[in-house]
Design a protein around this ligand. Structure first.
Ligand code: ADP
Length: 350
């Protein structure tokens, strides 16, 4: 009749009162009381036992449980709390209370793990950052000290040292700019101002901006055949310009001499547009792909630094695309090339 595992306070009180009444009835009969008197004694014992036990349970146990719930939900005295205490809590079985506590505990554990992960992430970021700052600063310091120590008079090295110092200062400036951008993106300070525009026009603009860099490596920019028909997207034009600059600049930086960078645009289902930037460059091994969007992650640290990379370009790209509620991915093969693809919202044509 009673499932021992699922007892509500009412059931528990009823069960206890029943056992008590049974004992009393046996005692009454043993002492030779009549059926009527025994019946009255049993009824009184049952009712008194039931209410007394229920009252004790609620006073002593539920008061403690109420405190637990107060702690779990961090409630302040409110109408909602009153309603919960009066109408919901008394119906809960001890097992349900224990389930609630376990659920709360696992939620807290998850929160703690999240905090710990964030803390590790923050430490790693700081470590990377100080390393990224140290390298160019120490290089500049070295060149300037050498120049002051006499190299300034040596025409065979003085200009070269100054040029190298400038290169490192430029790198520092790029790093600060990227850091500024990424902290704005991460603090949610950046607002997205969407407008309709033709994505091919923006891609051609970026191709023009980067044409000098491409020419230095004889890399050809083009829009894939069949993808020229203008596609209207609804996004923040300047932020998407930044995305395209970073991706297309990478396609040149990690591209091979006389290579190609091809942009493809696909209207997926009338609501989403897929933009892909493919190159015929050095590519990346499979194991790097899940991590290339992390801050300061590089497949080849030395090569990236040599060509002026800050290691933040793709992290910025990912932030911008995700701030649009869209996604980015990458496919790549070593020595064959890479394709970065991201989605955008299609603009509804008027
Ligand atoms: P970086 O400033 O180093 O270029 P990014 O965040 O733009 O930083 O890119 C991270 C890393 O991903 C690069 O260091 C490089 O190793 C790799 N990578 C990015 N784009 C390409 C590409 N098109 N081809 C090959 N490797 C790439």
């Amino acid at each position: 009749m009673f499932k021992a595992k699922n007892l509500s306070p009412q059931k528990l009180a009823g069960f206890t009162a029943l056992v008590l009444s049974a004992i009393i009835s046996l005692a009454c009969l043993a002492f030779g009381l009549g059926w009527k008197e025994t019946g009255i004694a049993v009824a009184i014992t049952f009712l008194a036992g039931y209410y007394l036990y229920l009252y004790t349970l609620q006073q002593f146990i539920y008061r403690k449980i109420k405190l637990i719930y107060k702690f779990i939900y961090q409630t302040k005295a409110s109408k909602r709390e009153d309603f919960f205490n009066k109408n919901i809590l008394p119906l809960k079985t001890i097992e349900e209370v224990s389930e609630d506590v376990e659920k709360w505990a696992s939620q807290k554990k998850e929160e703690l793990e999240n905090l710990r992960r964030n803390e590790a992430f923050r430490k790693e970021f700081l470590l990377n950052l100080s390393h990224e700052l140290k390298t160019p600063i120490f290089a500049v310091q070295g060149y300037i000290h050498t120049l002051l120590d006499g190299a300034v008079e040596d025409p065979s090295v003085n200009k070269m040292f100054l040029r190298n110092a400038t290169k490192n200062i430029d790198r520092l400036c790029r790093l600060i700019d990227d850091l500024d951008e990424i902290s704005k993106l991460e603090s949610g300070e950046m607002t997205i101002n969407k407008e309709p525009f033709v994505i091919q026009d923006l891609i051609r603009d970026v191709f023009d901006t980067l044409s000098i860099k491409a020419r230095q490596k004889d890399i050809k920019f083009s829009i894939k055949k069949g993808c020229e028909a203008p596609v209207l997207v609804y996004a923040d034009k300047e932020k998407i310009r930044q995305v395209l600059i970073n991706l297309i600049e990478n396609s040149v930086k990690y591209g091979k001499q006389e290579g190609q960078t091809i942009a493809s645009i696909y209207n997926m289902d009338g609501r989403t547009v897929l933009v892909e930037i493919s190159d015929t460059g050095i590519g990346m091994a499979e194991e790097h792909l899940p991590r290339v969007f992390e801050r300061f992650y590089r497949t080849d640290r030395a090569r990236s630094r040599d060509i002026g990379g800050t290691g933040l370009g793709l992290a910025i790209v990912k932030h911008i695309v995700e701030a649009h509620g869209q996604a980015i991915n990458v496919r790549s093969k070593v020595e064959i090339g890479s394709t970065f693809g991201f989605t955008l919202e299609a603009a509804r044509e008027a």
